[in-house]
Write a protein that binds this ligand. Structure first.
Ligand code: ADP
Ligand code: MG
Length: 373
């Protein structure tokens, strides 16, 4: 077990057109001893590069990477005491499961008895004792992935690196393996860095999650904190399914109100009720799909907060809930409703957003607005 410290780590590649691609920019981060850290972000944001730099499969341009206080970024990969599990499993096709799992230990000249012991332990932890004599092409996707995890487990590395290990599995197997890997982490308590582009996987698995976009770390925090207090519009729009609704509002100097299209937003969060905010003139406001109420327009004429007028565009039933997609002028909004609610496409509805459900972001950079200004 170990902690992993990134200090100002950057990495660029030369792109096809002669322009450099900045894969990771100035990464500062400490991953704690025994932590399950999930690195999440869209394709191309620098996740794999970050893992490969820890494993030593990629050099770094600037900064340093340390493990337990020792700088390791110039060490040979085999000296780093990390084990990586890849999306495509990377099993040797001509070796059976047992040989695949134990190969690393054999090459490192571990005694036979030790290899057997570790193999047995890993196989029973992963429930693959009966599969050890099979060749990779005789295993299902989930079984192959377990063998790949087994190969990492027997190494007993200080740090496990997982690069989208569940992406090639079908939906049901993905859920199963999610649970198994989480339980495995609870059992062995090792430091794990887990990469995924799937925000649901990140939310359910991570002790903390780090969200990246275009090589830049956007936020690192516990999953619920990232969900409830996204630091910017990128994180707000990436975490959550469907993501947070984000709408533009502008200050109307004549009516002294915040306008959302041709409607008035009332009440507004305290943050917007300041000279600074009025001087800024425009903001993005966000709210989660489950935080707004829908009602018949007439029934709520006198209610608080003042409802906004919206029109139902289409319905997305998911079983327990239905996502109701609405249009409000040029803006699109999604609201989560119980499946039993009988909204119809085309219907005009009243949308009420409680004041404390509203998040405010600066327009220019998309970062969470603060009173300081
Ligand atoms: P992710 O794993 O988040 O999808 P990567 O870390 O693989 O992203 O890639 C980050 C960026 O760096 C992308 O723009 C990718 O095209 C680029 N990149 C990654 N590896 C190389 C390479 N070996 N040569 C050139 N560009 C690369
Ligand atoms: Mg990748």
């Amino acid at each position: 077990m170990a902690n992993v410290l990134f200090e100002n780590v950057s990495k660029s590649f030369s792109g096809a057109n002669g322009k450099d691609v900045q894969a990771v920019s100035g990464l500062d981060l400490e991953i704690r001893d025994g932590e399950f850290m999930v690195l999440v972000g869209p394709s191309g944001c620098g996740k794999t590069t970050t893992l490969r730099m820890v494993a030593g499969l990629e050099s770094i341009d600037t900064g340093s990477i340390s493990m337990d206080g020792v700088q390791i970024d110039e060490w040979h990969p085999k000296d780093r005491d990390v084990a990586m599990v890849f999306q495509n499993y990377a099993l040797y096709p001509h070796l059976n499961a047992r040989e695949n799992i134990s190969l690393g230990l054999k090459l490192r000249k571990y005694p036979k008895k030790e290899i057997h012991q570790r193999l047995d332990e890993a196989a029973s932890m992963l429930g693959i004792q009966d599969l050890l004599e099979r060749m990779p092409d005789q295993l299902s996707g989930g079984q192959r992935q377990r063998v790949a995890v087994g190969r990492a487990l027997v190494r007993r590395p200080k740090v496990f690196l997982f690069d989208e290990p569940l992406s090639n599995l079908d939906a049901r197997m993905r859920l199963q393996m999610r649970m198994e890997l989480t339980q495995l982490h609870q059992k062995i308590g090792a430091t794990m860095i887990y990469v995924t582009h799937d925000q649901a996987e990140a939310m359910t698995m991570g002790d903390r999650i780090m969200v990246m976009d275009r090589g830049l770390l956007q936020q690192v925090a516990k999953p619920v904190e990232v969900y409830q207090e996204p630091l910017n519009t990128f994180v707000a729009g990436f975490i959550g399914s469907p993501p947070m609704n984000l709408l533009c509002i502008t200050w109307n100097q004549e009516s002294h109100t915040w306008e959302l299209g041709d409607q008035t937003l009332n009440p507004v969060p305290p943050l917007l009720d300041t000279p600074y905010a009025r001087q800024q003139g425009s903001f993005k406001v966000g709210f989660r799909p489950e935080c707004a109420r829908l009602s018949e327009p007439a029934s709520t004429a006198q209610t608080h907060p003042t409802p906004l007028k919206a029109q139902v565009a289409w319905l997305e039933p998911t079983g327990a809930d239905t996502f109701v997609h609405l249009t409000m002028g040029k803006e699109k909004v999604v609201v989560r409703q119980p499946a039993a609610a009988a909204w119809q496409p085309g219907q005009v509805v009243a949308l009420s957003i409680p004041q404390d459900a509203l998040h405010c972001f600066e327009v220019a950079k998309g970062c969470r607005a603060t009173v300081a200004g």
